[in-house]
Design a protein around this ligand. Structure first.
Ligand SMILES: *Cc1c(COP(=O)(O)O)cnc(C)c1O
Length: 409
């Protein structure tokens, strides 16, 4: 049997239909009440956290970077599973402050934090990852105005890269963090300011499937932190090692070898505990927690044949799922794993079809020339691996179509 999609079957299949959150997809669509929609399976998220806990050393704490999926219900669910949150804006901060997560376990990162955001963060008592001298000065001033000492960690732009990452976020010239070589000077200035030095945040990249690259970056991260700690105004209480664990999206990609990463990190921990006796060690992940637990579902509204090629026109598209259209950081467009959710392994065989959305632009493609079940109007098209960087990373206002529903099952 050729499976019409290339990701492992993480969702069960019964009677040719996908089962999501314990319910056949067609019934789920009725339960949701409209298409398109995003559905996230909380059991898969819970399982993923458990896999990480089993593989990583026990004193590695797990933080969820909520920009991967900021749906409030998902964030509430995560609050009971992870050790902390990382947010990237005042808007995301509001979402996590509605959970039971203690403020000391929340951090904010991102370039260009406004005075307004820094004041909110200081007042909330969360850790601010400082990304420039300017941010540090403003944080100290708003703290003094509020009569508190804000918790300040330094986000470092490392002097190395996370090799083979989908997105590099450190090494070379970057808008993120303070260049490693300039950190000693910044720490010197920090000594004179009314802020509480908390530690370092060293994030080098994202969407990495190569265990060796992650292992190398983690080793270099500890070494860099050791060097920087010599100039620190106080003990390192928080050492955020970044993350970057990727998930497979495209044909031929293999899942990350998590046990290898865990074993290597375990070997680094004795020295790390000795050198940073007061530190909490954090790995911060987004997509690895939630990416595989989510699907995007749209309905076929038209079936057209143009010069011998079949187009399935759906009610969903790039305005809800920019990443699946290939326009969110892909250099060469590749298909996400897509299938006809109610004809997964069709008895009548597969056909090559292109799945498009209703937008009047050739960019609005969800699957290009893929082998799919022979779909009819009314069938459900599923994009897998859609739990991260889906709706919130898409231009919903483009062309003025209705917003999709999001459900957590
Ligand atoms: C985006 C981001 C993350 C999450 O990246 P993933 O690839 O989703 O794991 C973590 N930390 C920081 C600082 C980020 O900007």
């Amino acid at each position: 049997m050729t499976t019409p999609y290339h990701a492992p079957f993480i969702f069960p299949v019964q009677n040719n239909g996908l089962v999501v959150g314990g319910m056949p997809l067609t019934r789920l669509a009725d339960r949701v009440g409209s298409t398109p929609f995003y559905a996230y399976d909380r059991r898969l998220i819970t399982d993923r956290v458990a896999q990480l806990r089993a593989a990583l050393p026990p004193d590695i704490h797990l933080h969820y970077a909520i920009k991967a999926n900021p749906m409030p219900a998902v964030v509430q669910h995560m609050a009971g599973l992870v050790d902390g949150f990382d947010v990237a804006s005042g808007g995301e901060l509001k979402i996590v402050l509605d959970t039971t997560m203690p403020p000391g376990k929340i951090s904010i990162a991102g370039p260009g934090k406004s005075e307004h955001e820094l004041r909110q963060a200081a007042a909330a008592g969360i850790v601010v990852n400082i990304e420039s001298e300017r941010e540090m000065e403003i944080l100290a001033r708003v703290g003094a105005e509020l009569g508190i000492r804000p918790k300040a960690a330094v986000r470092v732009n490392p002097d190395f890269e996370l090799k083979s990452s989908g997105m590099k976020m450190g090494g070379g010239p970057k808008q993120f963090g303070v260049d490693a070589e300039r950190v000693p000077e910044l720490l010197m200035r920090m000594k004179a300011l009314p802020v509480e030095f908390y530690g370092f945040h060293i994030f080098s990249g994202s969407q990495n499937l190569r265990a060796e690259s992650i292992m190398e970056a983690q080793r270099k991260t500890f070494d860099l932190a050791r060097r920087l700690a010599q100039d620190a105004p106080g003990p390192v209480r928080l050492l955020n090692l970044g993350g970057g664990f990727g998930i497979p999206y495209f044909p031929g990609e293999q899942p990350l070898d998590l046990p290898a990463v865990g074993a290597h990190l375990t070997s680094l921990m004795p020295d790390a505990r000795r050198d940073f006796p007061q530190a909490e060690f954090v790995i911060e992940l987004g997509r690895y927690f939630v990416g595989e637990a989510g699907i995007y579902v749209s309905r076929v509204v038209d079936r057209k044949v143009s010069r011998g090629h079949t187009f399935l026109v759906t009610d969903g598209g790039l305005h809800h799922h920019l990443a699946a259209s290939g326009n969110f950081g892909q250099v060469i467009r590749k298909n996400y794993p897509v299938l006809v959710g109610n004809r997964v392994t069709p008895p009548a065989g597969v056909e090559s079809a292109t799945v498009v959305g209703p937008l009047c632009t050739p960019l609005d493609v969800l699957a290009d020339k893929m082998d799919l079940g022979h779909a009819q109007v009314g069938d459900l098209i599923v994009v897998l691996q859609s739990g991260a960087y889906g709706l919130s990373a898409s231009p919903q206002a483009f062309l003025g179509h209705p917003a999709p529903v999001e459900v957590l099952l």
